[in-house]
Design a protein around this ligand. Structure first.
Ligand code: NAD
Ligand code: TYD
Length: 372
């Protein structure tokens, strides 16, 4: 079946994996990647698919409602996968306005454009889909009730680190300006279903890692710093727990849910893969040092404890049982395999990293870490 799909934020980390998957897998679809190319957007993430006949890139700000509506009309859009957002918690602490604008108003702008265009068609919402990508961070933070993890756990992260998990029924309780803005956008998406009958779906995913992630986030930042023997700034005591998923597994879940998910439903996406930050960092050091042929643990002394992030959420842990039971999704990669692939990718793609960390990035990095 032919479809015309907007993927917003397709030049970012997760979006580029989703665009690549859809362009390669569905030659009968036309994929329109709408991205403003903020500091986080990078067309080099899509070098391998840029010339495909079923792919179009449009540089646009999702907040520009008139432009977005024109894109819906011009490309006769019947599906939306919405990833464009400001995505970094530390930046949201410094500049919450930008997060409210892009994440809340930008989402509203795409919703309203979809509504106006789809309601103008004879078939209206039939065959249409608005899929909004959100985060587990909207649920707030879980308690670290098992600081040593579960003694029976055979996963290397050693979790779970508590009895509770985020389910689709967990009450929203965002703590950072980032998660508050994402929560606002989730509510607007559901409101468009409940008020206008728009066929929406929302998914909330745990922390992603893998190739093409902007090196302000923990894993690519630390791989690069270990490689160049720069300090590894760990917030607080490094006890905070995150639940990690390989980005390609997230993209595959998005594909499945876009096609088979039930309208108006929410699905949590995660791999039951909890790690304390300090333990992840040790794995990264060991992996980089082994691949680069450095003596074992040579770079452990790069670990540097710095002032904690304001409002730092202690633990995220996703229960993705619903997605497994209803749609049969499970992550394909074990964490050790995913981390090995990821470290090798960053080491093999130093030019990609160098392009990013020259110029503006340096100023960002200085402003983030100079006062810690
Ligand atoms: P990212 O920061 O790497 O990419 C965001 C992309 O959106 C960039 O290409 C940027 O240019 C674009 N963008 C930003 N503002 C825009 C605007 N106003 N108009 C058009 N484009 C704009 O983010 P990511 O990590 O790939 O996250 C993608 C989505 O997935 C976000 O909605 C995020 O909340 C969600 N999410 C991320 C994670 C994670 O671990 N990274 C986990 C769960 C959910
Ligand atoms: P991050 O990758 O920013 O994702 P999020 O805040 O969305 O979970 O951070 C992951 C964890 O790593 C989080 O607990 C904060 C911590 N962290 C550090 O300790 N040092 C760093 O330099 C960064 C970027 C993150």
């Amino acid at each position: 079946m032919k479809r015309n799909i907007i993927i917003t934020g397709g030049a970012g980390f997760i979006g580029s994996h989703v665009v690549r998957l859809f362009v390669n897998k569905y030659s009968e679809y036309h994929i329109v990647n709408v991205d403003k190319l903020t500091y986080a957007g990078n067309l080099a993430n899509l070098k391998d698919i840029v010339d495909k006949p079923n792919y179009t890139f449009v540089k646009a700000d999702i907040c520009d409602f008139d432009i977005i509506l024109d894109i819906f009309k011009k490309y006769q859009i019947d599906g939306v996968i919405h990833l464009a957002a400001e995505s970094h918690v530390d930046r949201s602490i410094k500049d919450p306005f930008t997060f409210a604008k892009t994440n809340v108003m930008g989402t509203l702008s795409i919703l309203q454009a979809a509504k106006i265009y789809w309601e103008s068609l004879p078939e209206k919402y039939e065959g249409k889909r608005f899929y909004h990508i959100s985060t587990d961070e909207v649920y707030g933070a879980l308690k670290l009730t098992k600081p040593l993890g579960d003694p029976n756990c055979n996963k290397c992260g050693g979790g779970p680190f508590g009895e509770e998990f985020f389910t689709e029924e967990t009450r929203y309780s965002p703590h950072s300006p980032y998660s508050a803005a994402k929560a606002g956008s989730d509510h607007f998406v559901r409101a468009f279903h409940d008020t206008y009958g728009m066929p929406t779906i929302v998914t909330n995913c745990s922390n992603n890692y893998g190739p093409y992630q902007f090196p302000e986030k923990l894993i690519p930042l630390f791989i690069n710093n270990i490689c160049h023997r720069k300090p590894l700034p760990i917030y607080g005591k490094g006890e905070n727990v995150r639940d990690w998923l390989y980005v390609v597994d997230h993209a595959q879940a998005i594909d499945l849910i876009f096609h088979k998910g039930k309208v108006a439903e929410t699905y949590n996406i995660g791999g039951f893969n909890e790690w304390k930050n300090i333990d992840i960092i040790k794995v990264l050091i060991k992996t980089v040092d082994r691949i680069l042929g450095r003596p074992e643990d040579a770079d452990m002394d790069l670990i540097t404890f710095v002032t904690d992030r304001a409002g730092h959420d202690m633990r995220y842990a996703i229960d993705s049982t619903k997605l497994k039971n209803e749609l049969g999704w499970e992550p394909s990669l074990q964490f050790e395999e995913g981390i090995e692939k990821t470290v090798r990718w960053y080491l093999d793609n130093q030019a990609w990293m160098d392009n990013i960390i020259s110029g503006e990035y340096e100023k960002y990095y200085e402003s983030m870490y100079s006062n810690r």
